[in-house]
Design a protein around this ligand. Structure first.
Ligand code: ADP
Length: 437
């Protein structure tokens, strides 16, 4: 279902599509009708000319007192209603070279030739096509043969075509309109989804910012109403304000990160990165933190380089999110493991832990923005670094990995631990073995 904004755009798209395609269709139908009319008339005239020529050739002439005259036996009988040449012929008229009526068949014509040689369409009472053909023998004009036939065949052909277009064009327009409506829907769908995602994201972000902002405001108000009398209370209050501000900074930084790297990274920003030293460096940092949490930290890296095209800082951030989650959600005494393996065309980075795990019903949502498994495990929104966080870490990791053309997966069992796996395409799609220095 589309919201009113998108329904309106969809209607407009359908209207524009129907308008433009309909105009093309009408133009096409009009041109087709015009050309067909021309062609039908041309063929009809050609036939009439042939018929008239045959009549002219069938008539015999004789020289009488120095002038060519028709032989009476061979011409239609004057004033007769029967037309001997062709039953489709409405009338035949003979005019001498001065344009005087000599013989005729059919309705009584004017005495003088009124129309110049050529074709003409007469519309009374029935549509007739008339030809006036000059008859010449031995380069001497003998007179004019005027023949008229009804235009009925052409008219009925064109009438049929008109009927076909009158039914076909509106039908085609209706089909175009429906297609436009459906296509508009298809075109609108991804835009609507993106719009809804953006709306949800803005709503979620504002909601998340409201809590620390309210805490900030209330702490400042308390400070104003009851100014601290001793420096210790003052310092505690200021530390609290710093903590809240820090958490808001983290949230805003994460939101910006998500907003910036929505699409695939531009090729120019990627460099060939050897994952082995990058992960080794990260392992050293997180091993120290693991000690701090009373956790065992293991790192399994290959001896040879594994190169991928990446933005090293972003990739580091994606892996760091997984590692800090593993430390965060693994109770003291547990184990966190970082592994790197080269597969046929991909590099596989795994972050395994023996922590609390994730319930199966939560796994499909785990990479959604602001998703946290439960409030009990992630209670303190004002101090995310001390609790579960904002629920943005995995969304950020996934977005970064996808922007690199990779994938991220999770398998987890409650009480046993979780395994997060990142797969990235190797440089040139192949694993390149480079000897370490
Ligand atoms: P947060 O900042 O809240 O940790 P994340 O997006 O990183 O947000 O994680 C989302 C939720 O997934 C967390 O709230 C946590 O409940 C769960 N989670 C993530 N990683 C692990 C893990 N390694 N073990 C158990 N639960 C995890």
């Amino acid at each position: 279902m589309f919201n009113p904004l998108f329904s309106h755009s969809r209607r407009n798209l359908a209207r524009w599509f129907t308008g433009s395609m309909g105009s093309i269709l009408v133009l096409f139908a009009g041109t087709m009708f015009f050309l067909e009319t021309q062609e039908q008339m041309r063929a009809f005239d050609q036939e009439l000319l042939g018929k008239t020529r045959t009549m002219a050739a069938a008539v015999k002439y004789r020289l009488h007192e120095g002038r060519w005259q028709m032989e009476l036996n061979d011409v239609p009988v004057l004033g007769s209603n029967s037309i001997p040449y062709d039953s489709e012929v409405r009338y035949v008229r003979w005019y001498d070279r001065e344009g005087r009526l000599t013989r005729f068949v059919g309705p009584v014509p004017p005495d003088r030739l009124a129309i110049a040689p050529g074709f003409v369409t007469l519309s009374t009472p029935q549509s007739l096509r008339q030809i006036t053909l000059p008859v010449v023998q031995n380069q001497e004009s003998l007179g004019y043969l005027q023949v008229a036939v009804p235009l009925t065949p052409v008219r009925s052909n064109l009438q049929q075509l008109r009927l076909f277009l009158a039914v076909g064009v509106p039908l085609a327009l209706a089909l175009i309109g429906t297609a436009g409506w459906l296509l508009g829907g298809f075109a609108m769908q991804p835009i609507q989804h993106a719009y809804e995602r953006l709306q949800r994201f803005t709503a979620d972000a504002s909601h998340e910012l409201r809590t620390p902002l309210a805490a900030l405001l209330s702490n400042i108000q308390i400070g104003l109403v009851k100014p601290a009398t001793n420096p210790e209370t003052q310092e505690r209050r200021l530390h609290k304000l710093v903590d809240i501000t820090k958490s808001m900074t983290v949230l805003v930084t994460n939101l910006l990160l998500l907003a910036r790297h929505e699409a695939a990274l531009p090729k120019g920003t990627l460099q060939t990165v050897d994952l082995v030293p990058l992960l080794k460096d990260m392992a050293e940092t997180f091993a120290l933190e693991a000690v701090h949490h009373d956790l065992q930290f293991e790192c399994a890296l290959p001896d040879t380089a594994i190169a991928v095209r990446a933005d090293a800082d972003l990739l580091r951030q994606a892996i760091a999110n997984l590692l800090s989650n593993a430390l965060k959600y693994t109770p003291a005494g547990g184990k966190v493991e970082l592994r790197l393996t080269a597969m046929t065309q991909r590099a596989l980075i795994q972050v395994n832990d023996t922590g609390i795990g994730i319930p199966a019903e939560c796994l499909p949502h785990i990479f959604e923005r602001f998703y946290r498994v439960d409030a009990v495990r992630t209670p303190d929104r004002q101090q995310p670094e001390k609790s579960g966080g904002f629920g943005l870490g995995l969304a950020i990791s996934q977005q970064i990995v996808q922007a690199h053309g990779g994938t991220i997966h999770v398998t987890s069992t409650v009480g046993n631990g979780s395994c997060f796996a990142i797969e990235l395409p190797l440089t040139n799609g192949r694993f390149r073995r480079v000897q370490p220095p």
